[in-house]
Design a protein around this ligand. Structure first.
Ligand code: NAP
Length: 216
């Protein structure tokens, strides 16, 4: 059934072997300046940017628009999926640079944080509920920046419309997190198929752009 929700655009950078971080999850710079410029322009064009709690714990991102790439841009709202409210109070995503929303669950503990807390679902944040709440707050365009588990959730629940993948010319190898984690497909029918919209050289890599909407 059709649901009213923000348009969802996934964006990530991966190595040529599909990894988005180093083995163990430590951050690595995969994008180059040309791609960072594109990412920050995309950030400046959306109403909110969403990441999972592991990305906050591993990378401690600010999720703001860098002046260097987009002068005088307004920072979008930041959204973190954090089912048990584990986020450290000093996380940079909770600074005053932009409003922050934490999507959590009904049973998560009460905490006072520099963020609005929205409770959706039991055990794990229910994405459909959270998207409805974000829409109700005026968020019409949402950028999902990772990590691996969160990207898989949006893809497998058919809640994303477009995806940009920057493929850096490097190999990471081993058990490093891939673009899409989660449970993955065991049967061919569970494979998520996408429509390639464009593929162009960018900086030292390649930018892939996919349409996802309505693919089941
Ligand atoms: N190269 C890139 O573009 C890029 C971008 C971002 C991140 N990264 C990398 O990605 C890695 C982190 O990825 P990750 O897969 O470990 O973690 P993640 O996707 O950042 O966060 C996953 C966590 O979010 C919480 N969550 C709550 N509701 C969820 C839902 N409905 N679906 C999915 N997750 C939900 C869960 O923890 P709770 O149960 O505790 O809530 C889950 O374990 C880091 O190494 C980071 O460096 C790379």
């Amino acid at each position: 059934m059709y649901m009213i929700r923000p348009k969802v655009i996934i964006n990530a950078a991966m190595s040529a072997d599909g990894k988005i971080a180093l083995v163990g999850g430590k951050r690595i710079r995969i994008s180059d300046d040309a791609d960072f410029k594109r990412v920050h322009e995309l950030r400046a064009s959306v109403d909110a940017i969403l990441v999972g709690i592991n990305t906050v714990l591993m990378d401690n991102p600010k999720l703001t628009v860098k002046e260097k790439y987009v002068p005088d841009a307004k920072n979008p709202v930041r959204v973190v999926l954090d089912s048990h409210l584990r986020i450290p109070a000093e996380a940079r995503v909770l600074n005053d640079a932009a409003p922050t929303i934490i999507g959590t669950t009904v049973e998560a503990p009460e905490r006072s944080l520099n963020a609005e807390i929205i409770r959706c679902g039991h055990g794990r944040v229910e994405l459909k509920c959270l998207l409805r709440e974000l829409y109700a707050r005026g968020i019409r365009k949402l950028m999902v920046e990772g990590g691996s588990e969160v990207i898989y959730s949006f893809l497998s629940e058919h809640l994303a419309d477009e995806m940009y993948i920057f493929v850096g010319s490097m190999i990471i190898g081993g058990s490093a997190p891939t673009l899409a984690g989660g449970t993955g497909a065991r049967e061919e029918e569970e494979v998520l198929r996408m429509k390639l919209l464009s593929c162009e050289p960018l900086g030292y890599g390649v930018l892939l752009h996919y349409a996802l909407g309505g693919l089941r």
